[in-house]
Design a protein around this ligand. Structure first.
Ligand SMILES: CC(C)(COP(=O)(O)OP(=O)(O)OC[C@H]1O[C@@H](n2cnc3c(N)ncnc32)[C@H](O)[C@@H]1OP(=O)(O)O)[C@@H](O)C(=O)NCCC(=O)NCCS
Length: 215
């Protein structure tokens, strides 16, 4: 009872808001809940799961999860400082952010049948957009088939994404990739230890690794 009151007071003081429809599931360890500030969680639909690891630090963020059988998972000790995480109107998809990954500001969006995976110990700067779909259709006139289907985005462990980057459907980035500021990434790279940059992003440097500190 006392714990519930403390939690309620914490959420009131730090402007956390939660609306969770029955039939959905949230795993939020106390070590993560204590560090939440200005986080809005809206969980609707059916059989969706929102799972936080231990020691997650999340603030100024809106999480929306609906549809059916979807999962948002934020790994242990990850930090998400601002933005939106939306997984909506789809079935059996996920958004995963790996352990120890840090995100200064991002909008992660899944609203069609495709998922986003971000590995462990990645570093994402601010003003980043990652999306798996295009929101509207492009149709081949001859066949009347849609040609811009949603595709997964897979970001491996140890990827640094610079400021103001857009990452679109079908992007695959390998370990020890650095994405240059203001780049637009829209394809699969099968090589790691490189810098990719530009619109569209191409490999501009090879044989590198990155470090959070200036050495
Ligand atoms: C990606 C980055 C880290 C690479 O730095 P670097 O290894 O010193 O790269 P260089 O300056 O040697 O550039 C290598 C080539 O890539 C090009 N390039 C670098 N960054 C680019 C970018 N963002 N967009 C387009 N081209 C870029 C350079 O013009 C150069 O081209 P050239 O070989 O034809 O001359 C750096 O360019 C960058 O984008 N920094 C911003 C990082 C950031 O957003 N930090 C915020 C805090 S996380």
């Amino acid at each position: 009872m006392l714990e519930r009151i403390q939690r309620w007071l914490h959420n009131l003081a730090y402007k956390n808001r939660r609306s969770i429809k029955p039939g959905n599931f949230v795993l939020l360890p106390a070590s993560s809940e204590r560090q939440m500030k200005k986080v809005t969680i809206k969980l609707g639909g059916r059989n969706n799961r929102l799972v936080f690891g231990e020691g997650v630090v999340i603030s100024h963020c809106e999480i929306r999860l609906d549809g059916e059988d979807n999962l948002i998972e934020i790994g242990a000790r990850a930090r998400f400082s601002s933005g939106k995480i939306y997984l909506r109107r789809t079935c059996g998809q996920h958004i995963r952010i790996g352990a120890d990954t840090t995100v200064e500001g991002a909008y992660l969006l899944v609203d069609e049948a495709a998922s986003i995976d971000i590995g462990n110990d990645c570093m994402l700067s601010t003003d980043i957009l990652i999306r798996t779909g295009d929101k509207h259709s492009i149709i081949d006139v001859a066949s009347s088939q849609r040609v811009n289907l949603a595709r997964d985005v897979r970001i491996a462990d140890r990827v640094w994404v610079g400021r103001d980057v857009q990452i679109l459907k079908g992007t695959v980035l390998q370990p020890e990739t650095v994405v240059g500021a203001c780049s637009l990434v829209s394809r699969a790279f099968d090589e790691g230890h490189c810098v990719v940059a530009g619109v569209p992003a191409k490999i501009v440097k090879r044989g590198i690794r990155w470090d959070r500190s200036l050495i």
